[in-house]
Design a protein around this ligand. Sequence first.
Ligand code: NAD
Length: 287
Amino acid sequence: MDIRKITVLGAGLMGHGIAQVAAQIGKYDVTMRDVERRFIDNGMNMIKDSLERFVKKSQMTEVEMNEILARIHTTLDLREAVSDADLIIEAIPENVELKRTTFKEADAWAPPHAIIASNTSSVSITELASATGRPEKVCGMHFFNPPQLMKLVEIIKGAKTSDETIQTITETAHKLGKETVLVKKDSPGFIVNRILIPALNEAAALHWEGVADRDDIDRAVKLGLNWPMGPLMLLDYIGADTTLAIAEVLAKEIDPKFHASPGLKQMVKAQLLGRKTGKGYYEWTQK
Ligand code: NAD
């Protein structure tokens, strides 16, 4: 299927980045929808800041920047956002009920041929698909943060997703300059988070048990495994709350062995969430 128009639902951290990549790299006609004007303005400002950095480094002309910006339309109206979309990428908060309602509404107003993909990190694709009348046209399209820089997209097949849908999404992700992997079963955490979250949880456990100090845990993994940053610092970037939420889904849906460590839970109880609260395993100043 030929994708020409992409609609991104959500102008937050992930949504604005996906919209930018679609307009900049894929040269698609993009519509970005959020529920309040200030969120859209904030998303558009982040896109402008990012493009201006390319211009400053002479990697892009001002004319090219303006062409990219002109390809991104914004709206608060879901019906208007999806009514002529070929592909809808949902990047709204990680809440099953909110996502199911949005899928149901998007399904009612989108053209019958449109594919609806979710950027969810942990919600079941099959559960989202069942809120629509087109489960064969629903799949996971999981970008990584920040979508402008990170190369990978995990493509997730729900129980009823058709091979044609997977093929179209794979081709589209390649047009966005991404590398793809196929997750053949809709299993929580997909590939990356199922490996990463237990590793971060173990780092939190080592710290909590006093087996080693923060800096030694991070240095050990950086030097011993060649990670670009240590697990406790990465945990601060992702947020202890997000990490805990994913660990709980893995424990509930796959195996109790994935249960969160008391150390991780303690960080959340103390609101030591990381960068977003100014303190986690590290201190995060304004800059
Ligand atoms: P965010 O909170 O930064 O952005 C979500 C945006 O969606 C907000 O601006 C909110 O106002 C908007 N929104 C709420 N309801 C909406 C609706 N009905 N229609 C349109 N917009 C609506 O969240 P985020 O970090 O961008 O995460 C979005 C999704 O991406 C989640 O499912 C998350 O699990 C997933 N994800 C996040 C990351 C990450 O590192 N943050 C990485 C991969 C995937």
